[in-house]
Design a protein around this ligand. Sequence first.
Ligand code: ADP
Length: 642
Amino acid sequence: MSTQTKSFKTEVSQLLDLVIHSLYSNKDIFLRELISNASDAIDRARFEAVANTDIQEPEGGWKVKLIADKEAKTLQIVDNGIGMNAEELETNIGTIANSGTKAFLKQLSEADAKDRPELIGQFGVGFYASFMVAGKVELITRRAGEDKAWKWVSEGDGTYEVSEAERENFGTTITLHLHENEDATDYTQEYKLREIVKQYSDYIAFPVVMDVTRKEKDEEASEEGEDPVYKDITSEETLNSMQAIWTRNKSDIEDEEYNAFYKGAFHDYEDPSKVIHWAAEGTTEFKGLLFFPKKAPFDLFYNEDAKGLHLYVKRVFIMNDCKELLPSYLRFVKGVVDSSDLSLNVSREILQNNPLVRRIGKNVTSKVLSTLKTMQDKEPEAYAEFWTEFGRVIKEGMHTDHANKDKISHLLQFESSKTEAGKTISLKEYVNRMQPDQKEIYFLSGESRQVVENSPLLEAFESRNLEVLFLTDTIDEWVIPALDTYDEKPLKAINRGGVDLDSEDEKKEKEEAKKQAEETYKPVLDALKESLKDQVKDVRLSDRLTDSSSVLVADDSGIDANMERMMKAMGQVIPETKRTLELNPGHAVMEKLKAMVEADASDERIAEYGELLFDQALLTEGTPLPNPAAFAKRVSKLMASV
Ligand code: ADP
């Protein structure tokens, strides 16, 4: 057959035109595309070799070879894969069958001209990417199992030529005649090729090799006492590590291998605390290899976008930090997802709205959540360590991932009035050890364990052996409303509204006692209401105190001390809200006050005692006193008077 000149299909011409005439943000990807094609071709040859004994593994093994010629300014990509016959050449290179490429073209034609370079940079354009770096591309290919070879040549100008050719073995050789303008990257440089292969094709399962020449001392030619004589030694070096560890069988992989891969790929000095390796099958097929780091990075809360998942398609690197694969609250997870369904030509834009990617993301999220649950159940100590590092981010999910809210609620851990400092329990554990007639889950929020632990509000709960969760994390204030109930038990803040702890009989009894106490102390309450009217909304008797004399409580809907502190920290304007001062009718100070009011209602000490009770309530909940000097003065005066 003589040489035939043919025209590209319109869409190919369109594509080539764009590839050649637009500016590219990243030309290096041409090599990724060609190596990926070569690797696919080898995959297919290996597959056919299983059934067809005429096809055998080539001497030297399956591989992709790069041959750079500095003088000629050419770069060759040679593979010993399946190759193409004339027909295949015609349909594969010359038309666009790939739907990804078609979609790409459509998007390009719709995009603003100024956006095009970026778009091209983000897309893989397959074989045609060659024309980003080469003015002329030659391809010689011979299909495995056939004798004839074919040559395809094009200068990307709308036409290509096909002719019969010679090739010793099956496979494909692509020769790129590289552009020569001054600012063009030199793709014949060894370091450049190494760099690109390392970045984009490191995990390709076949060796990507290159002949490398090094100077070595020539022992024979070198004379003793003279300067050594050097000779050039050329050897074939493999540029990629080929460690597509996630494609291997889990049972064949040692922990050390996982750890080494993790540390290398994700730049950590420590081993991961958990490795998850699985193959998803069914509606979407992909391999996932995920890691939980041991320590939280310093910017976990500043850099909410940083996601550690790398996306591969059939072992070809597509992108770092693929946002669509992990929700923000799981941003600490590192790893790799390798899809066999996605097309190599995916862009960030396509990823955003791709149902396949969404499905993968869902699957990854469930896998992480179920692994955490198993860890919590089976390895409580490891989970506790994990929780200390990453619990806060997980809590964000209560607000952001409605679909998984229930699953996340089981993962939550809190300290409580019955745990040692630093130890946490799950809500399930809490519920399991609730008192027989306890109906609510009690919690108290505050700045630190020390503050909540010493809160007078706990007294009534402790005397009844009721456990109270300590919410000392800033984000808890947002988590709890998202939760509302757990296991059908409402969550109840013990520093808000009334807390109902008594049985019916007890209530009746208390009601009586309270009525009496209210009568007894009415003059005291009235006097303090008047003197503290600028600070508090109301002054009343408390039924939640046993030892302490006073406490401040918020309305069910009001802002409590902890929230106020957080809002201030965030620089928010806080509406002025007054809380209610509750006094302990069983405390001796009440008797004293009563005596004072009865003796002389205008006694100055009454108001001073009121101030002191208010300040004490502030102090015990961890709120700084508005006027500490005045407080100190009052205390000293009181000390001197007894
Ligand atoms: P894609 O790889 O996304 O399908 P390309 O334009 O890169 O798109 O390639 C088109 C087709 O050409 C491939 O699907 C494959 O069938 C064929 N092809 C490309 N390169 C090679 C190669 N090195 N060996 C064998 N076939 C190849």
